[in-house]
Design a protein. Structure first.
Length: 254
């Protein structure tokens, strides 16, 4: 059975506040209420219900998208906690471009969008989703990564394997909380020296690229535990660097 209007609404607003909202006062919601209203509209659009834009109150849009959102929750496309959308899983579900609205899911912690045909990561997502901890863009068609990627200060896991990236921006070194970076099977010919600033990085995947020379800054990764390098034409200096890392306790995988 689909969620009722009230049940769905209560996911986004505390019970006491729901009782104060009528179908006519959507435009008068306070800022934090309006944010949750935008979250629900964003989910509706992702499900293909573009006419959600016409609805002006939480109750109206809840009535409109109740069954759709309920199905997304059942299929584990969406995880809602504490009144906010926290996790979004959209494998093989998106068109070639990003749907509007994802940037309104401002409390999102996990965004998983592999195996679509996405060609870029919008700056609007980077700027608005400041609570992201996991971002998976694997198996898309990305040719570049925005230089603003470093603004995702809370990011802990970044997966961009099996794309078409030819380089990583220097700003990737600003991801101070990153623990896992996976860029396997792209078209990378090098890594930026700034990778050495990822002090919390524990696992680095760079297999299946065209990297000949590894940055010496990898020696600065004090918390690195695993490094996957197979399928790269590494030169002699890089192999010596790997041996140094191995002696420090890093597990090298080919």
């Amino acid at each position: 059975m689909p969620l009722s209007n009230k049940e769905l609404a209560e996911m986004f607003l505390p019970k006491v506040e729901i009782e104060k909202i009528s179908e006519k006062d959507g435009r008068m919601l306070e800022k934090y209420k309006a944010q949750k209203f935008e979250e629900l509209k964003a989910i509706a659009k992702l499900y293909g219900l573009n006419s959600a834009e016409e609805y002006i109150s939480l109750e109206e849009i809840a009535r409109f998208v109740g069954k759709a959102v309920d199905e997304m929750i059942k299929e584990k496309y969406v995880v809602i906690r504490d009144g906010h959308v926290k996790e979004l899983y959209l494998r093989k579900m998106l068109p070639e471009d990003w749907p509007k609205g994802i940037e309104n899911l401002r409390m999102l912690n996990v965004l998983i969008v592999p195996s679509n045909r996405l060609k870029y990561l919008p700056d609007s997502i980077i700027e608005n989703l400041q609570y992201l901890r996991t971002l998976d863009l694997s198996s898309n068609e990305l040719k570049r990564l925005s230089k603003n990627i470093g603004k995702l200060k809370n990011l802990e896991e970044l997966y961009i394997k099996r794309n078409k990236l030819e380089e990583l921006p220097e700003s990737i070194g600003e991801l101070e909380n990153l623990r896992v970076l996976n860029v396997d099977f792209n078209n990378l010919s090098s890594l930026p020296e700034s990778v050495g600033r990822l002090k919390n990085l524990r696992i680095l995947y760079i297999a299946g690229n065209n990297i000949e020379k590894l940055p010496k800054s990898l020696e600065n990764l004090e918390n690195l535990k695993e490094l996957y390098v197979g399928g790269n034409p590494l030169d002699e200096s890089s192999r010596k660097l790997l041996e140094k890392l191995r002696k420090k306790g890093v597990e090298i995988r080919y």
